[in-house]
Ligand binder design. Structure first.
Ligand SMILES: Cc1cc2nc3c(=O)[nH]c(=O)nc-3n(C[C@H](O)[C@H](O)[C@H](O)COP(=O)(O)O)c2cc1C
Length: 322
């Protein structure tokens, strides 16, 4: 997720359960506009390419390309494969104005024929044993052509289609229209993964019932509740995963802060932590006080003192558990 779930948070979130928790991550989009990107541009966004395309905990990371020119996307996909990508994901869901103005992301849902051409070109450029997958929304202004878009992606050679169950016009506003995913699923022969508004085990249960399939992609829900995948796995096995309290999350937060310090420019570090805490406080009331404590801080050293202080306090058992 561009600007949110990057290498630092991928590393942190996948550390909880490794491949037993999450099957795969998709990178934030890599925008391609008319040039063949140098290896360092790919490695900056997906450093995992240099480590067998896996996070340190062993979860596969598939790079995602965004663009509108079939030949250029194909050329960049081929380079990603040379760099070690295990597959290629294509973004047809981004709602950002700057992206859509240049004909990329969700804008392409207005042109199913181009969707087909893009996937086909990328499919041809990538060895047969490396999957090409696609992510779409239900449409641009409305969801009339959702099935036609999915069919175009499947005809082009997509091995799997993730459907974010909203149109571009619906942005990120609840609800997500999971039952439309079932209709899209019925229109294609390839696996379809449901995505959108899965924040809890109960959401996942309802999504699966409405979307008519088991496979789910988690977005903001996993950022807010790093334990969500574990809880889903447990529920699938008929068990109840004990919720991970705020104290137990402290090593993850400390690890995230360490990754942020290693990879992110000093002036953006505090913002990255605040951004994650802003999600965590939806699920963990105790995250609110740490969020409040760092909200006005921008100096990484001052933030570090609060984060590490919180972890130490929790370790010594003097903080209230959430
Ligand atoms: C900040 C942000 C950045 C995102 N970046 C991407 C992206 O780079 N590629 C992508 O396919 N989807 C991206 N998305 C969409 C999410 O992957 C997901 O489809 C959407 O948030 C709905 O799922 P959720 O309700 O589980 O979050 C982004 C969403 C957000 C909120």
């Amino acid at each position: 997720m561009e600007g949110l779930l990057d290498v630092t948070l991928r590393d942190t979130l996948t550390r909880l359960d490794g491949p037993a928790g999450l099957d795969r991550c998709v990178s934030e989009f890599i925008r391609v506009t008319g040039t063949l990107l140098p290896p360092k541009a790919f490695l900056r966004i997906v450093p995992e390419l240099a480590q067998g395309s896996r996070t340190p905990a062993g979860v596969t990371v598939r790079p995602q390309l965004l663009g509108s020119d079939p030949a250029c996307l194909a050329e960049n996909a081929a380079r990603l494969i040379e760099l070690g990508a295990e597959g290629i994901d294509l973004n047809f869901g981004c709602p950002a104005k700057v992206v859509n103005r240049h004909g990329g992301g969700a804008m392409l849902l207005r042109e199913p024929e181009r969707l087909r051409a893009i996937v086909a070109a990328v499919r041809r450029a990538v060895p047969a044993d490396r999957p090409v997958s696609a992510k779409m929304r239900l449409g641009y202004d409305d969801d009339r052509d959702a099935e036609a878009c999915a069919q175009a992606l499947a005809d082009g050679g997509a091995a799997e289609i993730v459907v974010h169950a909203r149109t571009r016009a619906q942005g990120y506003r609840p609800p997500a229209w999971w039952q439309r995913v079932a209709e899209v699923r019925a229109a294609v022969a390839v696996p379809v993964v449901a995505n959108g508004e899965i924040w809890t085990v109960d959401d996942a249960r309802r999504c699966r019932a409405e979307a008519g399939g088991l496979d789910l992609m988690l977005g903001r829900g996993l950022v807010a509740d790093p334990c969500l995948a574990r809880a889903l796995r447990a529920a699938d096995a008929g068990q109840l995963a004990p919720p991970l309290g705020w104290d137990a999350l402290q090593p993850q937060i400390a690890h995230f802060w360490q990754c942020v310090n290693a990879r992110i420019e000093a002036r953006h570090r505090a913002g990255r932590l605040k951004q994650w805490l802003n999600y965590l406080r939806r699920v963990h009331p105790a995250a609110q006080s740490l969020y409040d404590a760092v909200r006005t801080l921008n100096d990484p050293a001052a933030v570090a003192a609060r984060v590490l202080g919180e972890a130490a306090q929790r370790r010594s058992g003097s903080g209230a558990s959430a």
